[in-house]
Design a protein around this ligand. Structure first.
Ligand SMILES: [Zn+2]
Length: 260
């Protein structure tokens, strides 16, 4: 089978008793040959870079999650800039807006999102976007950002897509790609599967967002990167394609965006 890429996982989180070495090895054993471990905060920049350095087939991103937006002082952008210059850092993320949890005040979230979108533009990197219950404000920020991204490259990825179809279509128009997580396999996710059916395959990726959101048949367990194949298989079923076709397309898409 063609290789799969888990475009979004968190290898620095706790998988005990499993080690990161085991996670990477078990993923490779089922054809998940490349993993992108995603940054969420200033406090884990070093930890994530070290994981990415240790494995040839693991890359990483640098960014502050909207939950942590309050921890990012404007003066910290220089720290992010230095970290993002790491040769295996391939994107700024995850960044965005989360009005569901509201862990940081909304205006702080918007401001820190803008700071990090500007950093991505400056460094010529794509972004990995997290959004929840904030579609209008997110579209406003992403539209302004995408207008400044050269047509020759992707503005980035809408990760763990679970939004409305209209939002997804607007993001596609802006040039973004869309990544589906294990939610795609959940029994109640009919609307999401309708989106997956409608969106163009050449703009789709798959991810685990591990350790969260384990796909069926592992739902309820701790999610691990090897499980991305169940999401890819569901995407294939939904689109009436073979797993090989979905693997080839999503891998090509991830390679192009992350320059892997
Ligand atoms: Zn994530």
């Amino acid at each position: 089978m063609d290789a799969l890429i888990d475009s979004h996982c968190h290898l620095n989180y706790d998988y005990a008793p499993k080690t990161v070495d085991e996670l990477v090895r078990e993923a490779a054993a089922v054809g998940v040959t490349t993993l992108v471990t995603i940054g969420t905060g200033l406090d884990t920049l070093g930890e994530i870079a070290r994981i990415s350095e240790r494995f040839e087939n693991v890359y990483h991103t640098v960014g502050v999650h909207p939950h942590e937006a309050s921890t990012l002082a404007p003066g910290d952008v220089e720290t992010l800039r230095q970290a993002a210059r790491h040769p295996k850092c391939r994107a700024i993320g995850e960044i965005g807006l989360d009005y569901y949890y509201d862990h940081s005040p909304r205006e702080v979230q918007r401001e820190r999102l803008r700071l990090q979108l500007d950093l991505a533009l400056e460094l010529g990197l794509p972004v990995v976007v997290h959004g929840r219950d904030a579609e209008a404000d997110l579209l406003e920020a992403l539209t302004a950002y995408a207008a400044k991204v050269p047509a020759s490259r992707s503005p980035g990825i809408i990760h763990c897509f679970s939004g409305t179809r209209g939002f997804g279509e607007r993001c596609l128009t802006l040039g973004f790609s869309i990544s589906f997580s294990g939610i795609l396999t959940f029994k109640t996710a009919e609307e999401l599967r309708a989106c997956a059916r409608a969106f163009p395959l050449e703009r789709l990726l798959v991810e685990t967002d591990s350790p969260y959101l384990a796909p069926v048949p592992h739902r309820g367990r701790k999610c691990e990167p090897h499980m991305v194949r169940f999401t890819a298989q569901k995407l294939a079923d939904v689109k009436g394609l073979s797993l090989e076709e979905v693997a080839r397309a999503t891998t090509e898409n991830a390679r192009r965006i992350f320059r892997i």
